[in-house]
Ligand binder design. Sequence first.
Ligand SMILES: Cc1cc2nc3c(=O)[nH]c(=O)nc-3n(C[C@H](O)[C@H](O)[C@H](O)COP(=O)(O)OP(=O)(O)OC[C@H]3O[C@@H](n4cnc5c(N)ncnc54)[C@H](O)[C@@H]3O)c2cc1C
Length: 461
Amino acid sequence: MSKLKENSNLELKNGARIAVLGGGPAGSFFSIFALKLAKQIGKDIDLTIFEQKSFLNEGPSSCNMCAGVVSESLVQLLAIEGIILKPPILQRAIDTYNFQTISGDVLLNSPSLQRGIATVYRGGGPVNKSASETNGDDTHKKISFDDFLIDCAKKEGAKVVNIRIDKIELNNDKPEIFSKGEKLFDADLVVGGCGINATTAKMFEGLGIGYTHPSVIKAFQSEIHLGKTNVLTRFGNAIHIFLINQPDVKFAAITPKGSYVTVSMLGKDITKQSVVDFLSNPLVKNKFPDSWSTPDAFCRCVPKINVGAARHPFADRIVMIGDASSARLYKDGIGSAYMTAKAAANTAILYGISDTDFHKHYYPTCKAINRDNFFGSLMFAVTDTVNKTPIIRESLLRLLRNEQKHPESGYKCSTVLWDMFTGNERYTDIFVRAIDPRLLLTFLINIFSIIFIRFKTIWRQ
Ligand SMILES: Cc1cc2nc3c(=O)[nH]c(=O)nc-3n(C[C@H](O)[C@H](O)[C@H](O)COP(=O)(O)OP(=O)(O)OC[C@H]3O[C@@H](n4cnc5c(N)ncnc54)[C@H](O)[C@@H]3O)c2cc1C
């Protein structure tokens, strides 16, 4: 398939040149792990990250456009690697989830639930952010998570070049990379950490290596300024999930940061007007100060989200990672970037860089994510149905509230929801816990109780 010479014995020799396309989480994680591992086994590699953005400026053009929630499990994995998230990179530590439905809300917060989820900005913060407000004393410090990871990669020895790679050719033994018509070098290995928001993944498709980029849907992301005190008093350390049946909106969440809240919406054809409608919904408006009204202009972007795995994300001397390969459905994309980057780095440094090596040692990680997403899609379909069916929705709320009131009976349903929305656990494990017969029986009892209460109310009228 590839125009490169087929070779199952390709490996990185001393002095090998690696081109990492993209300095998002996947590209930086790959660089950190590859350089660390190479050092440990005494191999000398020359690794360059090519990143077209500067993450230091404000607004979408300097940002990798996401809600910026780093799951508890990833916060811990990063700490083990010596990558510690603290202010000014860390915007807020989350310890609570608030589920808001049209039948009421429930706070999931208990000592047995996981804590330590981090919220971050991927770029330099919202456009036109008020310097005095966003970070207080940290105003002049760098706040970008992506820039922080690139710095970690630099500390391991990565070179970083701030340009766009616009062409790759496979005419010789090695892939050649180009920018603005100039050939930069022949790479021993090209790593595609380019995400799905640029056209770069399509460039890899055009190489004829059998790679097909992942299927995507559009999301809408807005940064709404509220002021530090309002964010704290109105949203606290809780991510608010809204299941309010707004037409064409599949999912809406508000994540508190410094003096802004990030509004993330998924669905068909979401526009600025959908965000305005969402913010005007009484259940949402209620969370904002009385005197507050939706501003005419706010920082917003329309990023894509990976909802289906790439096909054949590797070839001789090429490996695709992060969003350009496989990502967990709707959750923990940064965690998926970590997993795929680590598996690709291990393969490249310890086993080899041929199609066969990546198939044998890297692809199982992608396949595990893809298989797990099958259970994820089942779980989200069930949540959707629950949310659209009033009796079942009320039963769920009743069950969750009971669990919160009586922790001694265990947090079975609470932890299922918590893990699903935080991305802390594999969907497969959550699914197995969700079909626990005792939990299903309790749920059924709650459904019958709600039907009985409704019947009694009608009977009395
Ligand atoms: C609305 C929304 C909310 C999300 N919320 C979360 C969340 O809260 N938590 C979470 O974990 N995940 C979240 N995600 C998913 C997360 O954003 C991605 O999974 C993650 O960013 C993937 O990392 P990546 O490095 O693979 O790609 P990206 O972050 O997209 O990085 C790719 C990088 O490559 C660079 N690049 C591309 N092409 C070139 C080129 N030709 N030359 C040079 N540079 C290039 C880009 O500039 C970019 O910096 C969200 C996604 C969306 C859409």
